[in-house]
Design a protein. Structure first.
Length: 780
């Protein structure tokens, strides 16, 4: 070996040492630092809807078939209503979207409409839904004479538009004709009568077009309705998704599905521009009979606007445990003195799907008060059995949520110190803060990137011993692995939990620790760790809240891909979920594989090919029995189907194949070679299809700590680094802890900038920020 080689080797070793030291320093830093908050997003429904021209269509409804009575009984009336038929049309006529975007939109909308159809029933439209053209179609009409009121001349360049110049297909619209002065028959047919939309009570057009409204980067989707029936029920609307968030690496299908549902709820009736058109309807001999409701929104003595309709009042009295307060109602978000927005006031309704900020999907709930709005609109009957529990403010009394209440009551809901901790459900790391939605009240607002229940969260740092996953919860803690850093202030940390049968006691586990009892309202020290963990009550840690996501039908669970939107309902050979006997469906998660590596063009097929090949090899199947139905983001999650053997196929049963594959995944032996890297599957979940509602039945995961190949050279290098590091880490930690303390404790009374809000929000108060001053508002 020459001198030059020795020098080069020494240099390489020094570089290695420096690199690893930097990595360890960064991990040590990160272990107790707050993660940066993701960019907030806004719902601009009110801003969009107020510029939308809305017109009426006379809809044909089934006449009442009861001749003897003028009014039907409650039971008869309920039978007259049918689950709402929502038709979605993903529009890509200008080919602005690639097939992956279209597929995403179809999946999102299929999920959102599956929820709407479970919840709402309507008095059904008779025949195809045919939409009237707006008055603007006609430039001049006859005034008097035999063709009085008829169109003499159509408007130049007329197209029937809704939201951002979206053109409603002519086939969904009535015809358009012009007449001359003397003949009763039309002189010119400009548009033939469309055939309408069969089996539809409402139509949602969906697109992903970059518009100026998307420019700010914090608008993910927006919507507008543009047609109503004769009873004011909205019958047509458009939802536009801004393409960039849809294509982002942070794309989360569950969250976008709830976002679509939120926008759909606005279109269907949850809108300030519709509150004063709410109806009180009954089914009579001639069909529907409706009267406009009065006094829908009231301002209470404290100046708070409340939605004050009968079902909403009743639902809020039950929820907050406030039966003596007749004026209850549910507060709507104020708009800086200009009125109310189409959202609930966050202080009262945090976590509701119709609060202005949808945070993580798993912390978003469907509450009875939101459902009651649809009942009180008069246009819908509501299926309340699907309302999940809504934990925010439950049974907290009549004063809960007021500014006075939050200033003096510091429980799991409101807090007063600007420190890091956990959200009220213990599901997320969070920071006690206020923001534009909270009117000065402070709550533990989730740091979106720190979801304890999300197994792919990047918080598994060895020093803090954190474990994420479905059974993990957030704890106030400053525990650090013995011999690493000096414990700093308490902050939110994710640990695995195990609840006792009675749900009154539980245990926790940190990385490489045993299960340790965590008695409620005590602080414990975990062997092997310095510092302490504070144990919240068992009813926070052990109670499973069923989020709105559980109502969403999962897509693509059969080997025959089901129609993603109702546009494709014509095929009679289509197989419904669960109808093919013997098929077996499961999902495979690859935590370490970025979704961006598989979601472009041919990459999807490359990835599918690699995965099919690897499954076939592992469990001895012929490849034609394996189909990859869908790949969704977060980390990469593939929905896989194994079909029963046909003649000439390998005869392994789907069950045996699944069991063998599951064993391989659990032992960490199932990995794929893709794009020159090896990716081990992190979880496998069997999916049971029961009455078209798929449920997850069991999830298997490989050991938490994956073994990595360690060579003798690595051991030598690490030993040298360890010796060097001991001399430096103490000063590093002291410096880091100082830095952390200043980061998590803003000056008292300081109002966080909106751009720095943790969590993801997508609504802003009108008056505080408008399209015109968006940039200025964000930068202040
Ligand atoms: Zn909204």
């Amino acid at each position: 070996m020459t001198m030059d080689t020795n020098k080069r080797n020494t240099m390489i070793n020094l570089k290695l040492i420096l690199t690893v030291m930097i990595i360890i320093f960064l991990q040590c830093w990160e272990a107790t630092s707050l993660s940066s908050a993701p960019a907030p997003s806004r719902c601009i429904f009110d801003e969009v809807q107020k510029h939308q021209n809305v017109e009426r269509t006379l809809i044909k409804y089934h006449p009442g078939d009861v001749s003897a009575k003028s009014k039907r009984s409650v039971e008869e009336e309920a039978n007259a209503y049918q689950p709402i038929r929502v038709k979605t049309f993903v529009q890509n006529e200008e080919h602005l979207m690639d097939s992956v975007q279209v597929e995403k939109l179809e999946t999102i909308m299929a999920g959102a409409t599956s929820v709407v159809q479970k919840l709402l029933s309507v008095y059904p439209v008779q025949g195809p839904l045919l939409i009237d053209r707006s008055e603007a179609a006609c430039r001049t009409t006859y005034n008097g004479g035999q063709n009085d009121g008829k169109c003499a001349e159509i408007s130049p360049n007329y197209r029937e538009q809704c939201l951002d110049n979206f053109e409603i297909p002519d086939d969904h619209l009535e015809g358009l004709w012009t007449w001359d002065a003397i003949n009763s028959e039309p002189a010119v047919t400009h548009f033939e009568e469309g055939s309408g939309i069969p089996n539809a009570d409402v139509v949602l057009y969906v697109k992903a077009e970059h518009t100026t409204r998307c420019n700010s980067g914090d608008v993910f989707a927006y919507a507008s309705f543009c047609k109503q029936d004769q009873f004011s029920r909205p019958i047509a609307g458009v939802i536009n998704f801004c393409p960039d968030p849809l294509l982002s690496e942070e794309y989360d299908q569950d969250k976008f599905t709830l976002l679509a549902l939120h926008e759909a709820f606005h279109v269907l009736g949850f809108s300030t521009s519709l509150f004063d058109q709410f109806q009180d309807c009954s089914v009579c001999e001639d069909g529907l009979e409706c009267e406009t409701r009065e006094d829908v929104v009231r301002v209470d003595a404290g100046g708070q606007s409340r939605l004050h309709t009968p079902a909403v009042v009743a639902a809020s009295q039950i929820h907050f445990g406030c039966t003596e307060e007749e004026e209850m109602g549910v507060p709507l978000e104020n708009l800086g003195g200009e009125g109310v927005s189409s959202h609930w006031e966050t202080r009262y309704m945090y976590g509701s799907v119709m609060a202005p900020a949808i945070l993580q999907a798993h912390s978003t709930f469907l509450d009875n008060m939101t459902l009651a709005v649809f009942e009180d609109s008069g246009w819908y009957k509501v299926n309340y059995e699907y309302a999940g529990d809504f934990p925010w403010g439950k049974d907290q009394g009549c004063e809960f949520g007021s500014v006075e209440y939050c200033a003096t009551n510091f429980t799991q809901f409101f807090c007063n110190e600007s420190i890091s901790g956990c959200d009220y459900l213990g599901l997320n790391k969070a920071t006690c803060t206020t923001n534009i939605y909270l009117d000065g009240c402070k709550i533990y607002w989730p740091d979106s990137e720190n979801q304890c229940v999300h197994s792919s969260s990047s918080v598994n740092l060895n020093e803090t011993g954190e474990i994420t996953g479905p059974d993990s919860r957030c704890f106030a803690s400053n525990s650090l692995l013995e011999g690493t850093c000096t414990p700093g202030d308490l902050e939110g940390r994710c640990y695995a939990t195990r609840c006792g049968n009675s749900s009154e006691s539980y245990e926790i586990r940190l990385l490489d620790s045993d299960w340790i009892p965590c008695p409620a309202e005590t602080s414990i020290q975990v062997p092997g760790y310095e510092g302490e963990v504070h144990c919240p009550p068992a009813d926070i840690v052990c109670k499973n809240h069923s989020s709105l996501v559980s109502l969403v039908d999962q897509p693509c669970l059969t080997c025959t891909t089901p129609p993603a939107t109702s546009t494709a309902t014509t095929s009679t050979t289509q197989t419904s979920p669960g109808e093919v006997p013997g098929e077996l469906n499961f999902s495979l998660v690859f935590n370490d594989l970025a979704y961006s590596e598989v979601d472009e063009g041919s990459e999807v097929n490359d990835f599918k090919g690699v995965l099919i090949g690897r499954i076939a090899e592992t469990v001895q199947l012929t490849q034609n029995r394996i189909e990859i139905l869908d790949i969704i983001a977060g980390s990469v999650k593939a929905f896989v189907c194994i079909t029963p053997p046909k003649e000439g196929d390998s005869q392994v049963s789907p069950e045996d194949a699944y069991n063998n594959l599951s064993n391989a995944v659990m032992s960490g032996e199932f990995s794929i070679e893709y794009n020159s890297n090896s990716y081990a599957a992190s979880a496998i979940t069997l999916l049971v299809v029961d009455n078209q509602t798929p449920t997850q039945s069991s999830t298997a995961m490989p050991p938490t700590v994956r073994s990595s190949p360690i060579t003798p050279l690595t051991i030598i290098v690490l030993s040298i680094i360890a010796a060097l590091f001991v001399t430096t880490f103490l000063s590093v930690c002291v410096w880091k802890n100082k830095k952390t303390a200043t980061t998590i404790a803003p000056a008292p009374g300081a109002t966080p900038r909106e751009g720095a809000l943790p969590g993801e929000v997508y609504m802003v108060r009108k008056g505080e920020r408008t399209r015109g001053d968006m940039t200025a508002a964000t930068s202040t």
